[in-house]
Design a protein around this ligand. Structure first.
Ligand SMILES: Nc1nc2c(c(=O)[nH]1)N[C@H]1C(S)=C(S)[C@@H](COP(=O)(O)O)O[C@H]1N2
Ligand SMILES: [Mo]
Length: 440
C-alpha cells in the first residue's frame, strides 16, 4: 500500500514534473539537469513504485519515470475502431494509437489513428462517381471520376507509413500548441491506388510547375464554406515520385470514410497533412501553394534553433518535408508486470525515418548506460516501417525502463529528450521508453 507521501509523488509527477524532479533528485531542474538518483531520492522513488529499481543509480535527473508519468487517457468509442484508441481532441476529432496497439506489421483499419482539421463529411453514395479535377500548370486539365481513374491508370499497392507532422509533440517542454500526440500519430497500411505522377503526366505538367495544392470536401470547423479545413501540397518532385498515391483502398477495403473515402493522397515520409483526404482537386501551381496550413508556423520548422517558448516568424522557417526518425516499442506494453523469476524479455517494435531508412535500433535497460543492438529488418518497400526485435536479460526483480533508440541512414540518432522546440511542436522524436516490472 502506498502512503500519502507516495501518492503525493504520483500526483506531483502528473501536475508538475519539474517540481517532482526537484523533490526526488534534490535539485532545481533547468540549467543543471544532471546527476543521478541516490540516497533519499532513490528511496522515495522506489517507495512510490513499490519495488526496487535495480539500475536506479543510473537514473538521470530531468527524467520523468515512465510509470509515474501516466495520466488516465480518454478512450475512443467509434464504429469501425478498436477499443483502446486515445482521444486527443473531439472537435475536430483526433485520436492516436497507443504504441502497443501498433504491433501489427500492417496497421489494420480499425487501429489506424485519426486526424481531422475540420468536420467529417458525409460519405457519397457512389464513390466511383466522385470527381477529381487536375488543373493549373498543365497542358490539358482533367476531370476524372474515381471509376475512370481505376480503369485508366495502373493500380499500385504499397505498404506506406502515414505520420502526423505533430507526432511526438507532447514530449516538448514547454508545451507546444496543438494535439498532444505521444508516439501514436502513425500507422503503416497497405494502400491501393494509382500514382499521382501517372495522372499528372496524363494532364501534361508544364515546365513552370513547382508545387501541388490539394482540395477536399470536408467543411471548415466553423461551417464557413469559403474556408478550407486544410489545403496543403507537395513539391512537384515529391508529387510525381512513384510512391505518392491517389489511394482508393486501404488494406484491401474501400477507404473508410474517416480516412478519406473515396479518394485521398498518400504522400509517405512527409507530414500526414500533405495526404489530403476526401480529395476533389489537385491544383498544379507555379509557386509554393498558399492554402490553409501552408503559412505562418504551420508545418514549418525554424531555419536555426530557437529558444524554447520564443516566437517564430514565417520568414525564419522552412516548410517541413521529411518526418524525423522514430523507433517505438510495440511489445510489451508499458507497465507490463512480469511474473516473479522472469529474467529474459523479448522486445519488438517498428522504426521509420520519413524520407530516410533506418540503419539501427539499440535498446537499453539501465537508463542508457549500456546499449545492445536490435535486429532490424528491411522494409517491405520504401516508406514502409521496419520491424525490429531484441532480447534483453533482466538481472533481478524490480522496476526497469526499456529504452529504444533509432539511428537513420544518415547517422542521425534520436535524442534523449525532445529537441528543436518550435511553437507548433513539429519534429519531436525523443527515444521511446516503457516501464516493466518483474514481480517478487
Ligand atoms: N481533407 C482533409 N485531409 C486531411 C486532413 C483533414 O483534416 N482534412 N488531415 C490531415 C492530417 S493533419 C493528417 S495527419 C492525415 C491523417 O490521416 P488519417 O485521419 O487517415 O489518419 O490526414 C491529412 N489529410
Ligand atoms: Mo497531421
Amino acid at each position: 500500500m502506498r502512503t500519502s507521501h507516495e501518492r503525493g509523488l504520483f500526483e506531483l509527477y502528473n501536475d508538475d514534473h519539474e517540481r517532482a524532479d526537484a523533490v526526488i533528485f534534490g535539485r532545481r531542474t533547468g540549467a543543471s539537469r544532471r546527476g543521478f538518483l541516490r540516497g533519499a531520492g532513490l528511496t522515495a522513488m522506489m517507495a512510490a513504485l513499490g519495488t526496487v529499481i535495480p539500475f536506479g543509480r543510473f537514473m538521470p535527473g530531468g527524467l520523468i519515470p515512465v510509470a509515474l508519468a501516466q495520466t488516465a487517457p480518454k478512450l475512443l468509442k467509434m464504429d469501425g475502431k478498436a477499443d483502446g484508441l486515445v482521444i486527443l481532441g473531439d472537435r475536430p476529432l483526433v485520436a492516436e494509437t497507443p504504441e502497443h496497439m501498433l504491433d501489427d506489421d500492417v496497421t489494420p483499419n480499425n487501429k489506424f489513428f485519426i486526424r481531422n482539421n475540420g468536420q467529417i463529411p458525409d460519405a457519397p453514395a457512389d464513390g466511383n462517381a466522385w470527381e477529381l479535377t487536375i488543373d493549373g500548370e498543365v497542358n490539358a486539365p482533367l476531370k476524372l471520376k474515381v471509376g475512370e481513374l481505376m480503369q485508366r491508370f495502373p493500380a499500385v499497392t504499397l505498404r506506406l507509413q502515414l505520420e502526423c507532422g505533430g507526432n511526438g509533440r507532447s514530449f516538448f517542454q514547454p508545451t507546444a500548441r496543438g494535439n498532444q500526440w505521444t508516439n501514436g500519430g502513425v500507422g503503416c497500411a497497405e494502400w491501393t491506388g494509382v500514382r499521382l505522377g501517372d495522372v499528372l503526366k496524363a494532364a501534361g505538367v508544364e515546365p513552370g510547375a513547382v508545387y501541388t495544392g490539394h482540395f477536399s470536401a470536408d467543411p471548415h470547423l466553423s461551417g464557413d464554406n469559403t474556408k478550407q479545413a486544410i489545403s496543403r501540397g507537395l513539391p512537384i518532385a515529391k508529387a510525381i515520385d512513384g510512391h505518392t498515391l491517389l489511394a482508393y483502398r486501404m488494406n484491401g477495403q474501400p477507404l473508410p470514410n474517416i480516412h478519406g473515402f473515396p479518394l485521398r493522397i498518400v504522400a509517405p515520409g512527409y507530414p500526414g497533412s500533405a495526404s489530403q483526404k476526401w480529395l476533389n482537386r489537385v491544383w498544379v501551381r507555379n509557386e509554393v501553394h498558399d492554402g490553409a496550413g501552408m503559412g505562418g508556423t504551420s508545418y514549418r520548422l525554424p531555419k536555426t534553433p530557437i529558444v524554447p517558448g520564443a516566437d517564430l516568424k514565417e520568414a525564419d522557417t522552412n516548410i517541413m518535408e521529411s518526418m524525423p526518425l522514430r523507433a517505438i516499442i510495440t511489445s510489451p506494453a508499458t507497465n507490463t508486470r512480469l511474473t516473479a523469476g522472469t529474467r529474459r524479455l523479448d522486445l519488438r517494435g517498428h522504426a521509420w525515418a520519413g524520407e530516410r531508412a533506418v540503419r539501427a535500433v539499440d535498446v537499453s535497460i539501465d537508463f542508457g548506460q549500456t546499449w545492445s543492438k536490435a535486429e532490424v529488418k528491411a522494409p517491405a518497400n520504401k516508406y514502409a516501417w521496419q520491424r525490429w526485435t531484441a532480447t534483453v536479460a533482466l538481472p533481478s526483480k524490480g522496476y526497469y525502463e526499456v529504452w529504444a533508440r533509432g539511428t537513420d541512414d544518415a547517422g542521425t540518432q534520436q535524442p534523449f529528450q525532445a529537441a528543436g522546440w518550435n511553437p507548433q511542436g513539429y519534429g519531436s522524436n525523443p527515444m521511446h521508453r516503457i516501464a516493466v516490472l518483474v514481480e517478487s
